[in-house]
Design a protein. Structure first.
Ligand code: SF4
Length: 488
């Protein structure tokens, strides 16, 4: 079976709306629906009416978690939503977001949804536990919520200053009290966040595609380090933390995570991905008959490769669009038959051809050999693999579930060894310089740590905790049992 298990997985999509007179829960539902690609494990919506707030969360896709009854229950003029792929914290329903905590000063509820990962999770957690905080979940998102709930200060600006001075790492947040919506982006700007105007109201989303689906014009991206506060007095913006020495927008958002119809750092992603493919063709030319892309994410790059190389683009792999996460494993007979549940190869397109396959990444190296094999079994004469990213040599600590260093194939094998492993006739990776040029960003505004091992901030403690992987698994298991024991 070709599963999705070898793809880097994004942590979360977040959405928020402040719009008196609108059905904010329904808007949030459809916003999350457009952000489903950022996380398929659980989803949640919280809504507030000025006095109190209500929340509904559940495991599964957005369309599986909510029904009309839920949306009717979630009344008010403010809502936030979250769709999750677990990173810190395992995939159990108690880790679904939005997370709700009580404000230490007023006793009022605060709901929070988070995209990203803190790198100083353990230190902060120990601090908060020493202050008597009892954690309900194993997520760093709950940690941020408690930090804010306990933050001293007479104003929200002072309280966010307290939180953002302590939280290190990646965090794009939507936060809601009964009468106020906040949109927050960490000073490094690792994860995207944008804001749009809905009449007199406002909508915040991880990606601009979610705004466009709702007919909401995008106003701008939330700036790194910015907090936008929206309430009955309108919207105001402040920068509570000192600016980071450099920015670190995740390059993988350009390569893979964000939808090609989203704008990121001022640019539409579709032509950026085409340019990645074109650059790949310049760096790793090959004599071939057709170019195909691994659907859906690598298709724009494959089109760019084809255009630059002059080799015709064809659809050689068809994706079963309804494959999601399944707990039903194929039996031995299905496995032995080598049937792909995710892709099907088009024999008539591939048979007898020298084929270039464009894909966006090789993580562990478990899926790519199966794709190559599928194309060969469809009759391809030669298979040339081209990857629109440099080799991934270091894990991500900023909210992407990739793998530990031990599991990353490029951390342990040369390009030639990987070529042999995947069974391709040739293999070419996009250079880091070529990748950065295609993104149209300045190199010092991007995070490229998974390609370089150079992190924008110190992550040494986390690296220690992740190697070897079994230790990480033990740590998470210990945290979970700790929480279970502490829960009534
Ligand atoms: S390490 Fe890689 S995946 Fe993680 S934020 Fe940096 S560029 Fe993105």
């Amino acid at each position: 079976m070709i599963s999705a298990s070898d793809e880097p997985r994004e942590a979360c999509g977040i959405f928020g709306v402040y719009a008196p007179g609108e059905d904010v829960a329904r808007l949030t539902f459809f916003g999350l629906y457009a952000l489903q690609h950022r996380g398929q494990e659980s989803a949640g919506i919280a809504a507030a009416d000025g006095e109190d707030l209500a929340v509904r969360t559940g495991m599964g896709l957005v369309s599986q978690v909510f029904d009309e009854e839920d949306l009717a229950f979630l009344r008010g003029h403010i809502a936030i939503g979250h769709t999750r792929y677990s990173t810190t914290g395992s995939s159990v329903v108690c880790n679904a977001q939005p997370i709700v905590v009580r404000d230490g000063a007023t006793g009022r509820p605060i709901a929070l949804a988070h995209n990203g990962n803190l790198v100083n999770y353990r230190v902060l957690r120990e601090d908060l536990e020493a202050q008597g905080v009892q954690f309900e979940t194993t997520t760093d998102s709950e940690l941020i919520a408690h930090l804010l709930a306990l933050a001293p200060g007479a104003t929200w600006e002072e309280r966010f200053h307290y939180v953002m001075r302590r939280a290190e790492g990646a965090y794009s947040l939507v936060i809601m009290t009964p009468d106020t919506l906040f949109a927050v982006r960490d000073p490094l700007g690792v994860r995207p966040l944008c804001i749009g105007r809905l009449g007199e109201g406002w909508v915040v989303a991880s990606e601009s595609c979610a705004l466009e689906h709702l007919g909401v014009p995008m106003e701008r991206e939330v700036a790194p380090g910015e907090v936008i506060q929206i309430d009955a007095n309108g919207a105001r913006s402040f920068f509570p933390a000192a600016p980071a020495p450099r920015l670190a927008l995740c390059t993988f958002e350009f390569i893979y995570f964000a939808r090609p119809d989203s704008y990121l750092a001022g640019h539409l992603l579709y032509p950026i991905r085409e340019e990645m493919g074109a650059q790949l063709a310049r760096e790793h030319p090959v004599d071939a008959d057709i170019v195909i892309g691994v659907p859906d994410s690598a298709v724009p790059a494959a089109i760019g490769f084809a255009r630059e190389s002059g080799i015709p683009y064809r659809e050689g792999l068809v994706k079963n669009r309804y494959v999601g996460r399944t707990f039903i494993q194929p039996d031995q007979r299905i496995r032995e038959a080598g049937v792909s549940l995710k892709f099907n190869a088009l024999h008539e397109v591939l048979a007898g051809k020298r084929v270039v396959i464009v894909d966006d990444s090789i993580v562990r190296g478990t899926t790519t050999p199966r794709v190559v094999n599928l194309v060969r079994r469809a009759g391809a004469r030669e298979v040339h693999m081209r990857i629109t990213a440099p080799p991934i040599v270091s894990p991500c600590f900023f909210g992407v579930d990739m793998a530990t260093k031990w599991e990353l194939i490029a951390a342990n094998k040369s390009v030639e060894e990987i070529r042999q492993h995947i069974g391709a006739d040739s293999l070419g990776y996009l250079s880091l310089e070529g990748l950065i040029r295609a993104t149209r960003q300045s190199p010092d505004t991007l995070c490229n740590a998974c390609f370089t091992g150079v992190y924008p901030i110190d992550v040494q403690m986390q690296m220690d905790s992740l190697e070897p992987p079994s230790e990480r698994a033990r740590e998470l298991a210990a945290l979970e049992s700790l929480n279970r024991a502490g829960r009534p």
